[in-house]
Design a protein around this ligand. Structure first.
Ligand SMILES: Cc1cc2nc3c(=O)[nH]c(=O)nc-3n(C[C@H](O)[C@H](O)[C@H](O)COP(=O)(O)OP(=O)(O)OC[C@H]3O[C@@H](n4cnc5c(N)ncnc54)[C@H](O)[C@@H]3O)c2cc1C
Length: 312
């Protein structure tokens, strides 16, 4: 049977969406994408080149009310044997609700395509190990960790159909305000990320982090306490309870490397750590480490990047 992909799509179709559609197409060539969000139809049509056959867009749903989105998807779920989400904030909220609602097994945090026996590799113990999980229900729900599969352009087109389906369930939550993340590069999509933690002492010192990010063309991120105390916005918080990222380069400045932080970043291809404490746990996960004071190291790193780019 067919595969349903859920996307919350804003203006542009991001890399994460292309990954999901590619993953779905590799499971089954019959891919329907259910969309909420403001992305224009012309932008959604690009998903056809990655394997989507049909796009169904529902613009009447309050996209931040995941109970309603879940109810909408549940109305259509019976036509699909696999239902796919990104393992992001929306996916982590909707997928378990849908699993309970339609009584389908959920494979959470998948990092591979199904093996021949149907088992799928998942991150377990906050990314410390892998497990293989198989769904025994007729319908399986999968949430895919970003950057687990490369988007694959195969050519092709899709139809886009707009629907105005408002599920009868209003849900038990009310969304009071939606704040859109600022910054030129969305964190979950970023190939390069510069992140900082409590070692920076205060929000007034983030200028040097932003300078390094700008020189590299990177997104900025932070540890959870930094967001909790209001030094940085919450959408920058990475880790077990924040955004999970898997960029090509992750630079961690003044972050200790607690297991809950590593859970969201240890899929990064290259990790660089700057920390004064040679015993900081992050060094065990690092590919490159600088034992030194961020206030000395980071400006020098920025200068070196700028010089390198000027010569290139
Ligand atoms: C249930 C649960 C979930 C959690 N989820 C998350 C999560 O998703 N993400 C997350 O990040 N945390 C999470 N945490 C918190 C986590 O356990 C750590 O407390 C947190 O990551 C520590 O943040 P930090 O490294 O910025 O601060 P600290 O632990 O205070 O570390 C600061 C580091 O900066 C270094 N330093 C100090 N001065 C300098 C300097 N001048 N130059 C360079 N280095 C310097 C220090 O040596 C130290 O290693 C969670 C905790 C719990 C219990």
């Amino acid at each position: 049977m067919a595969t349903l992909v859920y996307l919350h799509a804003t203006e542009n179709i991001g890399k994460g969406s292309l990954e999901l559609v590619t993953y779905a197409r590799k499971i089954d060539s019959d891919v329907t994408v259910f969309v909420t969000g403001e992305a224009p139809n012309a932008s959604l049509e690009t998903l056809g080149a990655y394997g989507a056959k049909e796009i169904i867009v529902n613009r009447v749903l309050s996209v931040s009310n995941n109970q309603q989105v879940c109810a909408w998807l549940a109305q259509h779920a019976a036509n699909y044997s696999t239902i796919l989400f990104s393992h992001d904030f929306n996916g982590r909220s909707i997928a378990p609700r849908l699993s309970v609602r339609i009584k389908a097994g959920l494979i959470s945090g998948a990092v591979s395509l199904p093996e021949t026996n149907g088992a799928i590799k998942v991150n377990v113990f906050s990314g410390k190990a892998f497990g293989f999980v198989k769904c025994l229900t007729e319908t399986r729900i999968i949430s895919l960790l970003p950057n687990s599969i490369a988007p694959e352009l195969i050519g092709g087109t899709c139809t886009v159909r707009e629907v105005n389906e408002q599920p009868s369930t209003q849900g038990t939550i009310a969304v009071l305000e939606v704040k859109k993340p600022e910054g030129a590069i969305p964190l979950p999509e970023a190939e390069l990320v510069v992140s900082a933690g409590r070692g920076l002492k205060g929000p007034e010192n983030w200028g040097m982090v932003e300078d390094l990010a700008e020189a590299l063309g990177a997104a900025t991120a932070c540890s959870r306490p930094v967001a909790d105390i209001g030094w940085r916005p919450h959408h920058e918080h990475v880790g077990q309870t924040g955004v999970a990222i898997r960029p090509n380069l992750y630079i961690a400045i003044g972050i200790s490397g607690a297991i809950q932080h590593l859970a969201g970043v240890n899929g990064s291809k290259v990790i660089v750590v700057v920390n004064t404490d040679a015993e900081a746990p992050f060094f065990k996960a690092a590919d490159y480490g600088v034992i030194g004071d961020a206030f000395e190291v980071v400006p020098k790193l920025t200068e070196a990047v700028k010089k390198f780019k000027a010569q290139a």
